[in-house]
Design a protein. Structure first.
Length: 205
């Protein structure tokens, strides 16, 4: 039987080629892309984040063992999570956009490539690529369970073949368009620093 995840690999290769990275790892969401990147980069310590961003971003930092320092930074398209080399690029999707590190894309219905759900990690790091591919797929390679060998501790965060097929179809409709960075001010992001769960005194050291 042909590997049903080949279409996911094809989608990954298509986006990597479009964005200019050596590798791309497809996952279930932009949040999953950020979380797995943070887990790979551990320990991460304190991470500076803009007060206005999507709530799952600081949650991912905290779940990965980090703490938050809020800033008033204004941004469009993308921003770096502190000095981690990890970028929340959920509001950007452009040809040749890759600039190094871990750029995390979102394919939410409100984003440039509106699959409905899905995300991707762009990287040039071959070791990270190998780890991320297994970490997103329950710690195993994309093989039948009877061929399951050498697992790592992972998460159920993979992109399904169905999502990848939809992604390829939508990509072909926008690949020649000039896409403009989305503005944080138009996303309705609240000031996250005001919420009790994100108060520095309540976070782990």
């Amino acid at each position: 039987m042909q590997n049903p995840y080949q279409v996911v690999r094809d989608f990954e290769n298509t986006i990597a080629d479009y964005c200019g990275s050596k590798f791309a790892v497809a996952v279930e969401s932009g949040t999953a892309a950020l979380f797995l990147s943070l887990m790979y980069k551990q320990p991460i310590g304190m991470v500076e984040l803009p007060k206005r961003t999507y709530p799952s971003v600081p949650m991912s930092v905290i779940h990965a063992g980090g703490t938050i320092k809020w800033t008033d930074k204004k941004w469009k398209g993308e921003y770096e999570l502190g000095n981690t080399g990890i970028w929340d690029s959920a509001l950007r999707f452009k040809k040749g956009m890759y600039h190094g590190g871990f750029q995390c894309l979102s394919f939410h219905v409100k984003k440039h490539l509106p699959i409905g759900r899905g995300g991707m990690i762009l990287t040039d790091n071959p070791n990270a690529y190998t780890w991320l591919r297994k970490a997103r797929f329950d710690g195993r390679d994309e093989v039948p369970l009877e061929d399951f060998r050498n697992p790592i501790l992972g998460w159920n965060m993979y992109m399904t073949p169905e999502q990848a097929v939809r992604g390829m179809m939508l990509f072909n409709t926008i690949k020649n368009k000039k896409l403009i960075d989305m503005d944080m001010n138009k996303q309705g992001y609240p000031d996250l620093s005001k919420f009790a769960i994100f108060k520095p005194e309540l976070l782990k050291d």
